[in-house]
Design a protein around this ligand. Structure first.
Ligand code: BG6
Length: 478
């Protein structure tokens, strides 16, 4: 279904995110017929360039980032005709008058701040002062949204000076992932799970986001950030919230975000012994974390595992174990709901102990897998085995299955539709920093060092111990 006509201005339109994610995503939506005839995309950045130059640049980006089989020369050409460009000086007055003339007042206006947070304030203020934005315009801001509570508050304030909260779309691209939304469907569109979705039936939850890439090329940003700021405060926190939240009364932005906020506020402080930090070492083929960082004595973590408790009726006694890291054995993101064993086994000890597991796989092979216990087929008596009830989305969607839309495509279309459900609200971001700040401050004041781990492993041994000591184990990263 096509969205309303729009003008989407991408500040930082020549940057890496725009070329790698935003424009390829828009191209896919264009091919899917979602972009109306008179929708326009306007790149704005410091470089002097005209429409033709920009179209050429983005054409090259599409060649680079969209597989050959998924683009057609004719369609690419038609898509590129939607692109325009105007040079802009975010810190001065250059280019704003031209932009004002370009942006139409009678269509949906969205301004994507695909720039560092240091420019958010400048852009918001200039859009306002030059009377380009209207009370209905939308702005899209990228992470990192601050680096602690204080800076996030300052960003919220500077945006609030020119825009109302209903106009601000704070992106966490994890919320745009197909499976993440499916988590909500599984929880709230089935009667099967909700009665069991609590500490009485769930032993624990594991959330793993494991990556094989290191921090090459991003060392300067990453070293000031680390896994806690880069991944836990936002992506893993969002996954935790959606898993743990109460059912919202409806699938509407504030109802959903109110429930997520309550979860963040119910998180306990995390004692030091419940956190493991790691930093990847070198191996024969690849360099160590330190080699990519500007600081040879860097104490920044590229891995973190933690045990998190939620103090409310639903979850008291059911820990959430979070783990994320770079340069690990495999790229794998999943949420594991480990149910408890049956209270009593009528089949005797020989049948072994069995418990249901629900795995929500975010990537790769997006899908949902429920493990149930059945009798082993055959005459061997009452032996029990666990079998998967597996739903891989690619199969469920048929031959087009591999075309599950990318997170960015979906989120940008939500901006145009004016749906904030999958975007973070200002108070949510602040609450997440309020929880992470004391943890990070503690490391800094004590001078804690992360433990080195081998690249291609599943992180430091201590991370395994975090569960072992509770009589549990992580699902394997593979
Ligand atoms: C980004 C982080 O937000 O998410 C990166 O800054 C990380 O460090 C990336 O690699 C992971 O996203 P995805 O979609 O590849 O899992």
């Amino acid at each position: 279904i096509p969205v309303d006509p729009f003008d989407l201005v991408i500040f930082g339109g020549t940057g890496d995110l725009a070329r790698r994610k935003i424009l390829p995503g828009l191209y896919h939506r264009f091919c899917a017929g979602q972009m109306p005839e008179d929708a326009r995309i306007i790149g704005a950045a410091r470089s002097e360039m005209d429409d033709k130059g920009y179209r050429k640049m983005i054409g090259e980006a599409l060649d680079e980032f969209i597989p050959h089989t998924k683009r057609e020369a004719e369609r690419v050409k038609l898509f590129l005709e939607r692109l325009h460009y105007t040079p802009i000086d975010a810190k001065g007055d250059g280019g704003w008058k031209t932009l004002k003339k370009l942006v139409r007042a009678d269509v949906v206006q969205a301004f994507y701040f695909s720039v560092g947070p240091a420019l958010f304030g400048d852009l918001a203020t200039r859009l306002h002062e030059h009377e380009i934005a209207t009370p209905e315009s939308r702005i899209v801001v990228e992470k990192p949204f601050g680096r602690d509570l204080e800076s996030a508050r300052a960003l919220n304030k500077v945006l609030a000076d020119s825009f109302d909260e209903h106009q601000i779309y704070r992106i966490d691209h994890y919320l745009g992932k197909e499976t993440v939304q499916n988590l909500m469907a599984v929880r709230f569109a089935n009667v099967l799970f909700e009665p069991l979705w609590n500490a009485q039936y769930i032993d624990h939850v594991q959330i793993t986001v494991s990556e094989t890439v290191g921090v090459e090329g991003r060392g300067a940003y990453y070293d000031k950030s680390g896994a806690m700021r880069d991944m836990v405060q936002n992506h893993l926190m969002q996954l935790l919230c959606l898993t743990a939240m109460e059912p919202p009364s409806k699938f509407d932005p504030d109802a959903v975000r109110d429930e997520k906020l309550k979860v963040i506020r119910a998180l306990d402080e995390v004692p030091t012994e419940n956190i493991v930090r790691g930093q990847y070492a070198a191996d024969d083929e690849q360099e160590s974390y330190i080699a990519h960082s500007e600081n040879p004595a860097s104490r920044t973590e590229s891995f973190i595992a933690m045990k998190v408790d939620i103090s409310n009726w639903r979850w008291k006694g059911t820990p959430f174990y979070l783990r994320t890291g770079k340069r690990l054995r495999a790229r794998m993101s999943e949420i594991v709901i480990q149910f408890k064993e049956t209270p009593h086994s009528i089949f005797g000890e020989d049948a072994g102990s069995h418990a249901n597991v629900l795995v929500i796989r975010l990537q790769p092979d997006e899908g949902i897998d429920l493990r149930v216990t059945i009798k082993e087929p055959g005459p061997g008596g009452m032996r029990l085995i666990d079998v998967p009830l597996d739903m891989t989305f690619a199969d469920a969607l048929g031959p087009e299955g591999e075309d599950v839309p990318d997170a960015y495509e979906r989120l940008i279309m939500d901006v145009i539709r004016g749906n904030q459900t999958l975007f973070m609200r200002g108070d949510e971001v602040e609450a997440a920093w309020r929880w992470t700040d004391p943890i990070i401050d503690g490391w800094q004041s004590r001078g804690d060092r992360p433990t080195q781990y081998e690249p291609g492993s599943s992180g430091p041994e201590d991370a395994l111990m975090l569960l072992h000591r509770d009589g549990r184990r992580w699902r394997e990263i593979k």
